[in-house]
Design a protein. Structure first.
Length: 345
């Protein structure tokens, strides 16, 4: 396995971790906005309790992702930075605004509702903008000249494939977040909030699956090179759908107990995460060797091998230090009864 392949695996790992954590985070902010006036259900309280400790952790991964691109693929980073200048600037602005409003919504009580609305709306726009990076890398919307690269925004935003990706991002954000919040509500003992979020997951889950199918259909028309290679891994795509079905069954299937007739949201979260992992693996593998089709490959954009070895060693050391901390944080977040059962006044 070449150094460039190893680097691309590391990079895609950051992409997957951030995409799953960020969609849950963004979606929780949206659900907090949706249910802000339904105080008796506890749904907003649950969403805020999830958001409070996790959005800072989520943001660390986008920093790691950007650093990984610039350190391991500096030549490709120039192209990506050029063509993503406008959408990237909007993404950074919305991330900053959302983070600021999340903080102030817990401090300025008199402005809490309007700040929650703003952060919730930003949280549903951000996934749509972030996922737009993927169809851009398919190459159809980038004009390569001798000394420059230009993004054709008109062509991008008149593309069915772009809107299929946007629809998938929004529906997946709502699905994954409602799925996790249903599990979080259950372990917190908030049964009314659990029923609300489980119902939301049952609605948004099939929509996200349909949007995934639309991505495949539009890829066939607009980026056949990646569609053809994804079809080579059709068994893995079918397996990902099977995991989705398992997740759906877990939501509907009750525990065989008189007091816990609530379904199995934890199994659903695990199964659906595995579904997204498999689907993203197939897409990422089909995307190789291109970072921006057809001119920028992982080899042409790769850094000096000696530099990569030093960077890779630092990543291993960093994760050896941080990973136990993330595990401890998650266990404390999901199992600390004092925090789980905290009421918001």
């Amino acid at each position: 396995m070449s150094d460039a392949i190893i680097a691309s695996i590391v990079l895609w790992g950051f992409v997957f971790i951030y995409s799953v954590m960020a969609t849950m985070d963004f979606g929780a902010g949206f659900w907090s906005m949706v249910y802000i006036n339904r105080t008796k259900t506890g749904a907003t309280n649950i969403a805020n309790r999830y958001l409070s400790p996790t959005w800072e952790v989520t943001n660390t991964f986008i920093v790691a992702l950007v650093v990984a691109v610039y350190s391991m693929f500096p030549s490709a980073a120039y192209t990506l930075g050029t063509i993503l200048l406008i959408p990237g600037s909007i993404i950074l602005l919305l991330l900053a605004l959302r983070s600021a409003f999340l903080v102030f919504s817990h401090i300025a009580e008199e402005y809490r509702k309007i700040l929650t609305y703003i952060s919730g709306i930003a949280g549903i726009i951000l996934p749509a903008l972030l996922i737009s990076v993927l169809p851009i890398t398919h190459g159809n919307y980038v004009i390569f000249s001798e000394n420059s690269q230009t993004l054709d925004l008109v062509k991008l935003f008149t593309s069915p494939n772009e809107y299929a990706f946007i629809g998938f991002a929004i529906s997946s954000t709502l699905f994954l977040s409602s799925l996790l919040l249903s599990d979080y509500s259950k372990v917190s003992g908030e049964l009314e909030a659990f029923r609300i979020y489980r119902k939301d997951a049952m609605i948004t889950g099939p929509i996200s699956l349909v949007m995934g199918l639309l991505i495949m259909l539009t890829l066939k028309q607009e980026a056949y090179w990646i569609y053809e290679k994804m079809m080579n891994d059709l068994p893995l795509l079918i397996l990902s759908v099977i995991f989705f079905i398992i997740g759906g069954i877990a939501l509907y299937l009750p525990y065989f107990s008189k007091n816990k007739n609530l379904g199995m949201p934890r199994i659903a979260v695990i199964a659906v995460t595995l579904q997204y992992l498999l689907a993203s693996f197939v897409y990422g593998r089909a995307h190789l060797p291109y970072m921006v089709y057809p001119h920028v490959t992982i080899e042409s954009g790769f850094t000096d091998p000696n530099s990569f070895h030093a960077i890779f060693a630092s990543y291993i050391a960093g994760f050896a230090i941080l990973f136990p901390g993330f595990i401890y944080f998650w266990k404390m977040f999901m199992h600390d009864n004092r925090y789980l059962q905290k009421k918001q006044h």
